[in-house]
Design a binder for this molecule. Structure first.
Ligand code: FA5
Length: 343
């Protein structure tokens, strides 16, 4: 009888160690204590067949073991209930006194994305829509509808990449085609900005990339003047650079605006002394702009006698360089982690 009890105890302890949830615990309890066939119940029943002294001795032992089993079952029940509430097993419980693990590096936005997000916030706060346009563009939208016919010399300064066997298509050399698309789609009045990649067949240097970013702006309404244009340009530069900047406005030629301007800012990388970022002139050509040419308004499907507008094409990578004091544009797409980690 004694051996039988010890064997039973071993099996019970082993069974208890394997318990992972309430269902398994119920099964174990039934196995040992069910009224009809429980293994412990059977032993208790068998006690009555023993003679006086033996019944006394084994009865005591069996009762002790039975109580021990029941206590262990109760303990296990409480443990499982706790795990259910916290979602953690007892070994996983949170130790608030443990020292903090070293902070691992989080990812962050690329400086171009930071500047574009900020520009978009700035313009949406002034009531502009944020639009998108195709990078692979038709010659019609990239040039012709912008008053740049096939033989116009302006095409040379915007030489880009053409698609083999599809000479009508090109990688857009600027974001201005979206001016036409926007007027055709939304009509007037309209206030919109478009940010995105542009492509040019360019010999790269400290301020030129073959793939670069622009942000186009377009406002078309009744009675739009140069004063409106200058007001928005100033808001833009101060909002993004968060400091006073010296600017100069000079005449600029773009077939799709009349009159056209180049808004330059004093180079913040060298404070006007001259460096690679400003082509050693002390000024950075940042914001070409002007009043939308009447022909372009017509290509957009609107009446130039009724509507006028202004447009600008911000070279946003050059603005990123000015904001962060980057002396060479090629760092921005270099993928060099040592460079990117600084932002
Ligand atoms: C244009 O692209 C006109 N579409 C801008 C415009 C829009 C004028 C609306 C008037 C009205 P431009 O070729 O100058 O203009 O380019 C505009 C800006 O893009 C430049 O001032 C410069 O900051 C940037 N940019 C041009 N080419 C490159 C290049 N290869 N790498 C980096 N930035 C460039």
């Amino acid at each position: 009888m004694k051996n039988e009890l010890q064997k039973l105890k071993k099996e019970f302890i082993k069974g208890l160690e394997e318990i992972r949830d309430g269902v398994q615990l119920d099964e174990l309890e039934k196995r040992f204590f069910s009224r009809r066939s429980g293994e412990m119940t059977q032993i208790m029943k068998n006690l009555k067949d023993l003679s006086g002294e033996a019944r006394k001795e084994f009865g005591k032992l069996a009762n002790e073991i039975k109580r021990e089993f029941q206590e262990l079952i109760e303990e296990k029940k409480t443990e499982l209930e706790k795990e259910d509430k916290s979602g953690l097993s007892s070994e996983e419980s949170i130790d608030v006194t443990r020292p903090k693990l070293p902070q691992t590096e989080n990812g962050h936005f690329h400086p171009i994305t930071i500047v574009h997000n900020k520009l978009e916030d700035l313009f949406t706060s002034m009531g502009f829509m944020v639009l998108d346009g195709p990078e692979l563009e038709s010659n019609y939208y990239a040039f012709e509808a912008l008053n740049i016919p096939a033989d116009h010399p302006a095409r040379e300064s915007m030489d880009t990449f053409y698609i083999k066997d599809h000479s009508d298509w090109c990688m857009r050399p600027h974001t201005s085609p979206v001016q036409i698309r926007a007027m055709q789609k939304y009509g007037a009045p309209i206030r919109a900005v478009v940010s995105g990649r542009c492509f040019r067949n360019e010999a790269t240097d400290a301020s030129h990339e073959h793939t670069f970013y622009q942000m186009e702006g377009l406002v078309v309404d009744k009675d739009i003047s140069i004063a409106n244009l200058i007001g928005v340009m100033k808001e833009l530069l101060q909002g993004i650079l968060e400091r006073e900047v010296e600017v100069r406005l000079r005449p600029g030629f773009f077939p799709f605006v009349e009159p056209g301007f180049e808004l330059d800012m004093k180079c913040l990388v060298c404070e006007g002394e001259g460096c690679g970022a400003c082509k050693h002139s002390g000024w950075v050509e940042t914001l070409p702009c002007g009043l939308v040419h009447p022909k372009v308004i017509e290509y957009g499907g609107l009446d130039p006698k009724e509507y006028s507008g202004f447009a600008f094409g911000l070279g946003s990578m050059r603005l990123v360089m000015q904001k962060y004091g980057i002396e060479d544009i090629r760092h921005l797409h270099s993928g060099d982690v040592r460079f990117l980690e600084q932002f």
